[in-house]
Design a protein around this ligand. Structure first.
Ligand code: ZN
Length: 281
């Protein structure tokens, strides 16, 4: 339907008609806005920060409490298995892990993913509407459909990535704590390492947020293009020195869903854009 509406708008305008008789319509600028990037990033960094608060509240006091038992003595890793205070420390980490892996946490992840989808859908709809308006002078916003089904798979992957954040974080916390206890470190240096791990996890969460926003954008752009009657795209890089050489080589090339050029967009943190190419003949 969108294809017909745009086609009609072109037919009604002589200048547009003569232009798009000989060349396809190129719909550009469909990329995640900085605002959406920030919104989605905040959802994940807040999650990491809440886990860090639990570590500070529940774990660190225990590390301090038992410090005299472990600091300044090196132990064999097998000894660690028999110590009650080590069990106590492990059970604290285990409780936090359970809080970030059960049904309640799954519901939190579901709602975060839903937010991601809503933010991205709003974003791409706005970008597309603006671009069509600029190109052919009509407002297509009443005709834009939601694409919940087309992004299902992408949202599943997104969910898996989000679930992996506390899992990996808390597994790393556990191994850091146990290794340092075994080495007879002071609690202050374990706390420093935990702060460092918090920083690493925050960065990981930011990368996941950006990358998943980009993947959602790809899925939505592809679904939206289908509505407009197009399955053809022009690959476009951000033209800076950070662009991968393989992506630079694809700049300006035409592609279709699933071909090798299109699939470059699945590379982690790809910032390239697919320009929608629409033919009217
Ligand atoms: Zn790229």
């Amino acid at each position: 339907m969108l294809h017909q509406i745009i086609k009609q708008a072109i037919r009604n305008n002589n200048r547009l008609l003569s232009k798009y008789k000989s060349q396809p319509l190129l719909i550009d600028n469909i990329k995640p806005s900085t605002k959406v990037d920030l919104l989605n990033t905040r959802l994940l960094t807040e999650l990491v920060s809440r886990i860090n608060t639990r570590i500070k509240q529940d774990l660190i006091p225990k590390l301090k409490l038992y410090e005299s038992y472990y600091s300044n003595k090196v132990m064999d890793s097998s000894v660690l298995l028999d110590l009650d205070y080590v069990d106590d420390i492990k059970s604290v980490i285990n409780t936090i892990t359970l809080d970030y892996s059960g049904i309640t946490f799954n519901q939190i992840v579901e709602s975060v993913v839903k937010q991601f989808a809503e933010n991205s859908q709003k974003d791409i709809t706005a970008a597309l509407t603006k671009e069509i308006n600029r190109l052919v002078g009509i407002d297509i916003s009443p005709f834009i459909q939601s694409h919940t089904d087309d992004i299902k798979q992408t949202l599943e992957y997104c969910k898996d990535y989000i679930v992996s954040i506390p899992q990996k974080y808390l597994a790393d916390v556990q191994s850091t704590v146990l290794l340092n206890i075994q080495k007879g470190m002071r609690s202050s240096s374990i706390i420093k390492e935990l702060a460092n791990q918090y920083g690493i996890t925050l960065n990981r969460a930011k990368v996941i947020a950006r990358d998943q926003t980009s993947k959602l954008n790809l899925a939505l752009t592809t679904a939206q293009a289908k509505d407009i009657g197009s399955d053809e795209f022009k690959f476009s890089t951000s033209q800076d020195e950070r662009v991968r050489s393989t992506h630079r080589a694809a700049d300006g090339k035409l592609c279709k869903v699933g071909d090798s050029v299109y699939n470059l967009r699945y590379d982690v943190m790809c910032r390239c854009v697919l320009i929608i190419v629409v033919h009217f003949d």
